[in-house]
Design a protein around this ligand. Structure first.
Ligand code: ZN
Length: 203
């Protein structure tokens, strides 16, 4: 499986990092070694001093597809969850300044914790879902899918022009504002409509 991540999909987050808004989706990938599931800890990597959390809605693809039209995109997934797109902000800054790819800052081992998936039938409207991230019981990020620049269906359609989507692939759909640093010892909890789907510690 592969992990596809969308950048700058919430205006307030793009602003907090002084980024311009894209006129089409920005995407990058993480390898399967980035995935963390079922309460395994996140190990703070030694190469960075500024790892940031980015909570995101994640979508699991359940049908193979290429050149998916937006109007059919909803038939390519039936489960979503929350995940954290961990980012070595210090490394990313250097990569951006040099015009280099982001992989070192984004794709390292454990950089993609993903929660328990839930069926989309549990939600009235996929484009109005609240999600959040707490550190040690304190709210740090709150988002709603209605604030996405590109909808989940638009993202699936766009990405599938370039990359064939396969069963089990996961799409991280972008983070709202409020990104910030984590530290060793933190307990991180992520919620979808108030329901805890992901909890882990930073080691
Ligand atoms: Zn992200």
């Amino acid at each position: 499986m592969k992990i596809i991540c969308i950048g700058r999909n919430y205006t307030e987050h793009a602003k907090e990092l002084n980024n311009n808004m894209p006129d089409e989706p920005i995407f990058f990938m993480k390898p399967d070694t980035a995935l963390i599931q079922s309460r395994n800890p996140f190990v703070y990597p030694s190469f960075s001093k500024d790892i940031h959390h980015e909570v995101e809605i994640v979508v699991k693809i359940n049908k193979i597809g290429k050149h998916i039209e937006e109007k059919f995109a909803h038939t390519y997934y039936n489960e979503i969850s929350v995940g954290v797109d961990f980012t070595a902000r210090d490394i990313q800054q250097i990569c951006k300044e040099k015009g280099l790819p982001w992989e070192k800052a984004k794709s390292f081992d454990g950089s993609a914790p993903v929660g328990k998936f839930v069926a989309i039938q549990n939600f009235e409207n996929i484009n109005n879902i609240n999600f959040s991230l707490y550190i040690n019981g304190e709210p740090k990020q709150q988002g709603n899918t209605k604030d996405m620049v590109f909808t989940i269906n638009q993202l699936i359609s766009y990405v599938s022009k370039f990359v064939t989507l396969k069963i089990g692939d996961i799409i991280f759909t972008g983070t709202p504002s409020g990104v910030g640093p984590i530290k060793i010892g933190d307990k991180i909890e992520c919620f979808l409509e108030g329901k805890n789907l992901l909890t882990f510690n930073v080691k």
